[in-house]
Structure formats: C-alpha cells, structure tokens
Design a protein around this ligand. Structure first.
Ligand code: KIV
Length: 254
C-alpha cells in the first residue's frame, strides 16, 4: 500500500464484537493497544497492563479478525529486560493470542531485541515519538521532536528500527514535518497518530474515535461519531477521511 500511495487505516480494538465490525468495514490493521489500560481498565497510564491482560484481549480480538493484520502491543516490562524475555512474551501473544505481529516502544536501544525477534519469526512494529510507557520520563503525554536534538534522535531511531527488521512504525505526537521526513526516508510504512497527514497510515484509539473515553482526549483525536448516526457510520467516516487524506487536518496535527 505504501508503494501504491494508498493510505492505511488502523484502529485500536480490545474485544470480539468491535473487532468483527472493524474487520468487515475494511480497516487494514487492528491494534490491541496497551491503551486498554486506560480506556478499558480506567488507569491513568498504560503502565499497569500485564502480559496476561494483553494476551486475553488479543484472543478476544483474534476471534473477530478475518482479513486485517492483527498487531498486539507488548506491555511495559514484557520486553525491555532482554531479547529472550521479549521473545517469550511475543510467543505468548502470537501463540495463545493469535497476533500476527507485536508492537514495541523504543528506538535504537531496542534494535537488538527487534532483530532477535525478527530472526525467530516474529514480525515487529516499532513505536516512536510519544511512547506512553515512558510517560514518567517524558514528563507527561507531550509532543516529541520539536527540539532539533530530539528530532535528530527520532530520525536515527527510525532508521535503526528499519535496519533491525521492523515491518511497520507507529509515530505518535510528533510534528507533521518531521513525520513526513521520517516517512519519506523509510521503505517500511509509518502509521501516524498526532503525526500529521503525511504518514502512510493513521491510527486512532477506538474509544476516542467514538468520543466515549471520559477523560480529556488528546488534541489529535477526533470524535467521528458526531454526526455519523451510528458506530459503524463513525468507523466508515474514519476510513473515508483517512483514505481521502481529509484526516488529520491541521486542527488534529502539530
Ligand atoms: O496503545 C495504543 O493504543 C497505541 C496506539 C495509540 C498507537 O499504542
């Protein structure tokens, strides 16, 4: 799709019924995000999500997923220690959970782990920019890459992850121009969230798209249920706006 210039639609999802709906609507990637810690479990961050939680929700989603690529997030603590423990966690998400790919947060420091996983048959999606598992180091859920030194590190991290064998890269809350530059410099597709209109695809947290998360939504999210009339109408509106390039506009970008 990247080579053809077709934009990729991705949504987070945590259960069978929504997975079935999104999959049949034509969403190309279903992501069992560790955002489940916030929108499903009600925690203020993603940090308390356990590997058992991630396996359970991936199993639920897998039962509704027929066509889409199913990516499961590796929760905090399940992959950072060393490559072997990352493999053990990924094996559970793929074996018990039926995920097709796992997502890990972090840049060059994770390259060895990414290569270890890829060499052993585990497709990997990277995640750079605002990496929520590092919220306590980042000082909050903040845009990343406005300073040139940080932007430069993100450019290098993206190349490191691609060189290590990552298949996809999520870019979260980074300035549009930087996301465009990183996207153009990679052969693997980028999926943006708060990263402007020029990434190869877009992802939103499903509960933000539906406007049902009771806490403050990030500037980059959009309530697609407003005016859509139904949940499936909201999902269809997201797909159409991503494919046509209407979403995200400047009001949802940095
Ligand atoms: O956990 C999640 O939902 C994510 C997306 C926001 C990319 O990582």
């Amino acid at each position: 799709m990247k080579a053809r210039g077709e934009r990729i639609c991705c949504l987070t999802v945590y259960d069978y019924s929504f997975a079935h709906m999104l999959d049949r609507a034509g969403v190309e990637i279903l992501l069992v995000g560790d955002s489940l810690g916030m929108v499903i479990q009600g925690h203020p961050t993603t940090l308390p999500v356990s590997l058992d939680d991630a396996v359970y929700h991936t199993q639920c989603v897998a039962r509704g997923c027929e066509n889409a690529l199913l990516i499961a997030d590796m929760p905090f603590g399940s992959f950072q220690g060393d490559p072997q423990s990352a493999f053990d966690s990924a094996a559970r998400l793929m074996g018990e959970g039926q995920a097709h790919m796992v997502k890990i947060e972090g840049g060059a420091v994770m390259a060895e782990t990414v290569a270890f996983l890829v060499d052993r048959g585990v497709p990997v999606c990277g995640h750079l920019g605002l990496t929520p598992q590092s919220v306590n180091q980042l000082g909050g859920f903040r845009v990343q890459g406005r300073q040139e030194s940080v932007a430069d590190r993100l450019r290098q991290d993206a190349q490191s992850l691609q060189n290590a064998g990552a298949s996809v890269l999520v870019l979260e809350a980074v300035p549009s121009g930087l996301a465009k530059e990183i996207t153009q410099g990679l052969t693997i597709p980028t999926i943006g969230i708060g990263a402007g209109p020029d990434t190869d695809g877009q992802v939103l947290v499903l509960y933000d798209l539906l406007g049902i998360y009771p806490q403050k939504s990030p500037k980059f999210s959009k309530n697609f249920l407003d005016g859509a009339g139904s949940v499936s109408g909201a999902v269809q509106a997201f797909i159409e706006d991503v494919r046509s390039g209407q979403f995200p506009g400047p009001e949802h970008s940095f």
